[in-house]
Design a protein around this ligand. Sequence first.
Ligand SMILES: O=C(O)CCC(=O)C(=O)O
Length: 353
Amino acid sequence: MYEDDVVADNGEKTAFRRAEKKYKLYYDHNSQKKKRPRPVDLSSVIDFKSILDSFNQTGETPPRVYALGRDFDRPVFCLEDSPGFYFIPGALSVEEQCHWIRESLRSFPQPPNRTNHNAFYGPVHDLFTASKERKVLVEDLGSPGELDYPSTEGAQRWKFLDETVAPFKGSPRKTILASMLLRKLRWTTLGLQFDWSKRNYNVYLPHSKIPDALIQLAKKMAAPAMPTAEEFKPEAAIVNYFGLGDTLGGHLDDMEADWNKPIVSISLGCKAIFLLGGKSRQDEPVGMFLRSGDIVLMAGEARECFHGVPRIFTDKLHAEIAPLEMHLSSEDNGCFLEYIRTSRININIRQVF
Ligand SMILES: O=C(O)CCC(=O)C(=O)O
């Protein structure tokens, strides 16, 4: 979905690319050769949290932003210049955020759901637990009968072994720490599986149903963007995982049949900058902060607009995850907390047909 777009947009030729470069994380080195994030001017980034705060106090919004007058249980903001774009700040409680962070790390990457690791390692089971237990994924050179599970993809077969047992030490087998694999988890797909190589949904790939609780949440949150009397039917979801320095290049999500149905996009973990452009990359995008618990809807004309995530903030001041830190602190040996302190997760839910 993304690579083609990014390649087509190299250099600084478009307004969208210039904005991406403006907000992307770069480092400067001081005289002691210590690297520090290059300061960036965030003054033009829309902050819907402060818009919500002042809306709650005064009922007013800044120019070109308006609150939806429809019957929804919380304020929903729209941009005059971007029809079909909806922002629901703080849509999820801290408990809900923690729930979906746990699900995103523990359950969603479980086969038959696919992840970016499938192509090389085949289906990887229990990645989060393996990381917590400090396991190592080891290339299996034994006979197929000895394997814990059959590999259907990837050139090799792999299995998790205990780091301390380490029968593989000194052998030519390839190994990778489970914690490293978790860090390198970039996406997983739920429900109908998106085939990145063909840039389309492959209904023949095995998949498990999107969890009911996520379906119900998406249906509820989609309401402000739904055409009257129509029902949102979540059929697929893509979960994106961002670590320090990771970005999502400007792209369109155009493989779904009915663009009047929204994409429901949930933010979890570290704060990010989201860029919403126009139908051409030449259109100047607007930047906005996405915090943990925010939900964005893109429907109708907004489905034709380039968008992307050029930056996540992992420093204490800007990440804004203090409430999550309190809730996740002692759980699972602090593994969820350790992960989310430097990461962002995005779950976006779609109706495909
Ligand atoms: O991470 C986000 O907030 C945006 C995700 C997105 O645009 C996508 O997956 O298509």
